[in-house]
Design a protein around this ligand. Sequence first.
Ligand code: PLP
Length: 453
Amino acid sequence: EETTDERKHRLVEDSVRYVWRHGVSTDSTRRAQGPIAVRASGVQVEDIDGNVYLDALAGGSAAATLGHGREDVADRVASQIRTMQWVSLRTFINEPSIELAKRIAEVAPGDLTTSFFVCDGSEAVESATQLVKSYHRQRGNPGKTKFLYRKTGYHGTTLVGASASSSSEFRTWFAPLAPGFVELDACYTYRRPSGMTEEEYGEACAQAIEDEILRQGPETVAGILAEAIPAALVLTPPPNYLRRLREICDKYDILWIDDEVFIGVGRTGTYFGSEHYGVVPDVITVSKGITGGYVPLGAAIASQRVMDVLIADGGTGQAKVSGHTYSAHPVACAAGLAVLDAIRDEKLVDNVRDQGEWLLAQLRAWGRTNPHVGDVRGKGFLIGIELVRDKETREPFPAEWGVGGKVSKAGMRNLFMCRATGDVVTLFPALVATHDDVRAMFDGVTKAIEEAL
Ligand code: PLP
């Protein structure tokens, strides 16, 4: 009989040899990776040693929006596997995908009606860009092929996703990237020039987009890839910024792909993040939360206006987006339906709004008394705490101190899962987190920050 220690040792060694994990390149870093998770339930994840972690990250990357171990989702998925696990969308349409697409259209803003289903967030982003290029080609503007994206954003790891993400790692290792991707500055309200109001800053950021479009030539620009609220650093924009972005897109016939892979499907206290700003994108991408992490699924959701062009009579007939073997997988769509049912029946969007407001207010009150908490921001269950060396001047900590990383390590030591991007510590719990859960998350994150600083 193998002891737990022997099993652990075997799994670590086998994982180093046989499993290539994210962002991990050498044996020593691979061995140093996190603990081995063996089961999960609600907002708790248990490792091989029996340690139970409080999950303030919906599984680690924001997907487990209903929490772990839901019987209703498991039943729906198992039943779909038994009834019909999969047939190709090339040959047949399937009922779960039709029902899910219709349900998405019901909760999506404006005239966003038509879902192109894929398997994950990177594929959703890639498909959205293909859809946008097809739209312009169909309208007789095949020269509109460039995409604008913003610094500090993240849109995935395929060639398109990497080309639209500003991570220097991607830019070096995966070079040459796809042509025609143009970087804009982030709209980073906390780091705006001093003396500027949020409104003036929102206007200036939008103007910089228009200037870049004019520099590139509007006849060459197809779209802008921009999250309504960039999740990595939780960059809630000034209220006027996305409205101006919408106007600029309309002015130059440029389509806005609102990448909501992270924030969509309830996370920010509305079904979609763009709703906070009263603007309707041309395409929204979703993944992660749409199936709560139970099985993979992604979608590019296009507006009726875009679809009308893509399917218009008299077009070139070339309005194509490549399909995948697993496009609109019935099992994934069944999971999506179970998730949307739960969000509706358990009033989870309201829960996120209420508990998120409480958590944000608590963290702000605590932050005022901590000398290194520069900013606490967010919407619903997407909250960022920006740590700074000097609160008055907003001077950051030297990057090499790795303050954010120290906080997430301190959290894990205390059996609390939180994440940091640079020195912005982020929380993005499951939508089902109760008041007691978020109270425990408040304790977890404040303790981790106090311990690390
Ligand atoms: N877009 C955004 C905004 C994301 O946050 C992510 C993943 O974190 C992606 C795209 C890529 O999704 P995936 O990891 O499923 O490929």
